[in-house]
Design a protein around this ligand. Sequence first.
Ligand code: ATP
Ligand code: MG
Length: 161
Amino acid sequence: SMVDIDEVVATALDRSRHLAEQRSVSLTTSGARGLSIRGSRDQLITALVNLLHNAIHYSDTKARVVVTTRLVPSPDGDKIAIGVSDNGIGISEEDQRRVFERFYRVDFARSRQTGGTGLGLSIVNEIVEAHGGSITLWSRVGSGSTFTMELPAAPDLEEDA
Ligand code: ATP
Ligand code: MG
């Protein structure tokens, strides 16, 4: 069914606000509004909440986390990109290749303090793939990370009619 991306982002931000406030991390949005895709609202919220929780957890307090939404035109069907950027600790090139694996956590001793299982990103990856999309990661140690989910846009039915 049709999923309203604005509603997904608003709900994911609501579910992350408490954690963000605890860590004095600012949460903001930027980019296009009124986008929609076909798929599961609940799964997309789960994916976005996982990315937001990581962005908040693996940043210093007072960090800034931004959710960006945009339409990416493409000859083989437009895509919708939902990005989560932080200015946190970053991920080394070596670890970037592995973070989507189940149970993989960078620096076990440090990660243990945050009490996760290392499953979050593998779940995000599964959800994105189930929607026919892909996820990309840009990161630099000490600068921050951006995880971008690219999902096929729902065709504009009004234009077809
Ligand atoms: P879980 O999500 O299951 O609670 P987790 O956060 O450790 O546990 P993932 O979400 O899969 O598991 O992330 C894997 C690892 O990737 C994390 O342990 C962390 O080391 C690293 N990581 C993920 N997101 C970021 C980020 N935004 N900045 C820096 N490191 C990150
Ligand atoms: Mg996680």
